[in-house]
Ligand binder design. Structure first.
Ligand code: FAD
Length: 338
């Protein structure tokens, strides 16, 4: 185990922010993690667990220890005629797990194809896309308590999953290192075609869904056409979460903006797409210094090159204030601000 000092993180976050970590280490297995727990660098510093760095914004240098998750391994634990239970270690690339599943004809995570990042970070915000969420297939999450070094298995209920949310992002923030997840995937066909953009794509391309790979490929095609590739332009996907309001608040909004799109959720709650709020407020495609709002997807803030993390944060804060002023609604970042 090699602990580096003053480590450049620019290639380890998809925004491409040139922040530095006071200390940096890669962890390849549980034994290394246990060894790390005993090190003075771990004991005497704040720590940050990092996967693909695709959901973080470094607003300044990190004055502590960054721990890069490199725990690798995918294993089928059990299977019957209906389903397969798979355990995957946290340092695996999420999309590699999707490929593992669709290659075996399994159903359940194909709609989550091509989401950047690692398996260990996926429960953090209960990754979701194209009508699916991780919580629909997860059995449990394995994590180390960093205060005691003990391993704990969190049941799905204990993870307290919500929209881009979990117990690990809230009550247990910075308290656990997620080392593995276990999923239950279906052998039986389980098409999730609830998302209109996906069904429109399948229809217009005359794709008949015969297996989960067909959905995976379609989702990948849509994503490639809509979302900026972080290798080309720095970004962390959706910067903000969608906004959830009450029916009374929707009424108020519609008086001023009759064209406001909305989606009815459970319990009388209504979802307003944050992308619409940002676009309507005039931010889509805007450039501010080295930062900007993507011209095809208003939810995505970008680093046009050489941006500091605090410049992107300043842009995010301007958008939040403007949306608040124009619509009375509060945008909340989905990206973890470090
Ligand atoms: C182009 C693009 C598109 C995206 N599309 C989507 C999408 O459709 N849906 C979606 O949900 N997300 C999306 N994202 C966001 C991102 O891909 C996910 O949130 C992903 O799960 C982050 O994984 P990561 O390994 O990069 O996490 P990181 O960015 O490395 O970490 C994210 C957070 O999790 C913590 N963390 C990471 N690993 C661990 C661990 N093992 N234990 C404890 N804490 C940990 C970190 O400290 C940090 O707070 C997108 C991002 C990009 C760049």
């Amino acid at each position: 185990m090699n602990i580096n000092k003053n480590y450049d993180l620019s290639k380890l976050n998809t925004f491409g922010i040139a922040a530095k970590a006071k200390f940096f280490v890669e962890v390849h297995n549980e034994a290394e993690f246990k060894e790390l727990l005993d090190s003075t660098e771990f004991k005497n510093n704040q720590r940050l667990f990092l996967g693909g760095g695709s959901n973080v914004l470094f607003t300044k240098d990190f004055d502590g220890l960054v721990i890069l998750n490199k725990l690798k391994g995918i294993e089928i634990l059990k299977e019957d005629s209906e389903s397969v239970v798979i355990k995957c270690l946290g340092g695996e690339i999420w999309h590699d797990l999707v490929v593992f599943a669709v290659e075996r004809g399994l159903w359940g995570i194909e709609n989550l194809s091509l989401i950047p990042g690692t398996v260990g970070a996926a429960p953090m915000q209960n990754i979701g896309a194209y009508g699916a969420e991780l919580k629909n297939v997860i059995e449990n999450v394995e994590a180390f308590d960093i205060a005691t070094g003990e391993k704990k298995i969190f049941s799905k209920e204990e993870c307290n999953f919500g929209y881009r949310d979990s117990v690990f992002k809230n009550k247990l923030k910075d308290k656990y290192f997620i080392s593995a997840i276990t999923l239950k995937l279906s052998k039986k066909e389980k098409k999730n075609l609830t998302y209109k953009v996906l069904t429109d794509h399948l229809e217009s391309n005359n794709i008949e869904v015969k297996n989960s790979k067909h959905i995976s490929d379609a989702v990948a095609d849509i994503r490639r056409s809509k979302l900026p590739d972080p290798k080309v332009i720095g970004n962390a996907g959706s910067f903000f979460k969608n906004v959830f309001i009450t029916a009374a608040e929707l009424n108020k909004l519609q008086k001023k903006y009759p064209d406001a799109p909305f989606f009815k959720e459970e319990d009388e709650v209504v979802k307003i797409p944050a992308a619409w709020l940002i676009e309507k407020a005039g931010w889509k495609g805007k450039k501010v210094g080295n930062t900007g709002v993507h011209d095809k997807q208003a939810l995505v803030l970008v680093n046009h090159g050489g941006a500091e993390g605090e410049e992107i944060l300043a842009l995010a804060n301007r958008i939040i204030s403007d949306v608040k002023e124009k619509f009375g609604l509060t945008l909340v970042p989905e990206v973890n601000l470090i």
